[in-house]
Design a protein around this ligand. Structure first.
Ligand SMILES: [Zn+2]
Ligand SMILES: [Zn+2]
Length: 335
């Protein structure tokens, strides 16, 4: 019998319907993309991107030249654009009551994750993945410092079926003038759980792992990787700090190296089960303004895209997952 499950943190519902899916090996896989003749993200092509806003470089190398390991540049085709002033949400005259608009103000950056033309994080060394997280941390901290933005999200589209348009390893950072709709929903979920039960739902989840919880995939001293109780996607994994922390950018660089190694390790496991997996990962961190958001617990969601969203998901907002989290975690632990 399929089972409805509710996710405490995102508020969404899923239907676990394991009888409905094929075996893990039968899932769709990412299409292989032929390398482009000229890749704008490769080392040596720095003049083909906008000027860098941040880079981790070898000593003595010049900005916008070779010698970098991670490089952050403004997106040439941004979803939101920089502006000095932040006009508020306002009614749109002549469009009926309740119709509001606001200029798409914000920051949209690309984090180029390797100077080499690679397409999977698993091709990098652990410390290289740690440096990607260090770039996220420094950009988030710098954007918070400007006091111009209220929140930010970092995400990766890995593979064409997960929305990637360029194969070269990269992720994206978007900072919003507003709280951002998704972050807003999560804040409410954390807050209402806190009010109802007097604790953080993610801390609660992680404390259960001490008792040998079946959904753990891997853990380190500071982080746990697990398949959430109401997983939307087959082999969905979340990574969260084991000690409560609202903001990703308060993590120390040493701890980020540990996080990098853990992310790489769980992605290697995923690749052993799903050949050439397409996936998204999203770093969910509390809004920059700490007041009223300390109950948030930052986390990374890894969402393998083994099937595409269909009518039921889009129409009802409820996901059907054919590989339950307990089964997924068992497979990933053993991979
Ligand atoms: Zn490249
Ligand atoms: Zn917590």
């Amino acid at each position: 019998m399929p089972e409805f499950r509710h996710n405490l943190i995102t508020g969404h519902w899923v239907i676990l319907a394991e009888n409905r899916g094929g075996r893990p090996q039968e899932v769709d896989v990412q299409q292989i993309v032929r390398p482009q003749s000229v890749c704008v993200f490769c080392e040596g092509h720095e003049n083909r991107t906008p000027s860098e806003v941040f880079a981790i470089r070898s000593a003595g190398s010049q900005a916008n030249g070779p010698g970098w390991r991670v490089r952050v540049v403004p997106n040439k085709f941004p979803a939101l654009e920089f502006a000095d002033d932040f006009p508020a949400l306002r009614p749109l005259p002549g469009n009926g009551e309740g119709v509001e608009t606001a200029p798409g103000v914000g920051v949209h950056e690309i984090v180029i994750e390797s100077p080499r033309h690679l397409s999977s994080i698993t091709e990098l060394a652990d410390e290289d993945v740690g440096e990607i997280f260090e770039a996220y941390r420094q950009r988030l901290a710098a954007l918070r410092e400007t006091k111009k933005y209220r929140s930010a999200v970092v995400f990766k589209n890995g593979g064409p079926t997960a929305g990637a348009t360029l194969i070269h390893l990269h992720s994206q950072l978007i900072a919003f003038q507003t709280g951002g709709p998704v972050i807003g929903e999560r804040l409410v979920q954390f807050e209402s759980y806190q009010q109802q039960f007097g604790k953080c739902p993610l801390c609660q989840t992680i404390s259960e792992f001490a008792g040998g919880e079946r959904s753990v995939v891997a853990a380190t001293e500071n982080f746990a990787a697990f398949c959430p109780f109401a997983s939307r996607f087959a082999y969905e994994m979340w990574i969260a700090p084991r000690r409560h922390a609202a903001h990703f950018d308060t993590t120390t660089p040493e701890t980020l190296r540990e996080l990098g190694a853990l992310l790489r390790r769980v992605l290697v496991k995923l690749e052993r089960i799903v050949k050439l997996p397409a996936y998204n990962y999203i770093v969910h961190t509390a809004p920059f303004d700490t007041s009223g958001s300390d109950h948030y617990h930052w986390h990374i969601e890894i969402l393998p895209r083994t099937t595409s969203l269909a009518g039921f998901e889009l129409g009802v907002g409820c996901y059907i997952n054919t590989v339950g989290p307990e089964r997924a975690a068992t497979a990933l632990r053993g991979a």
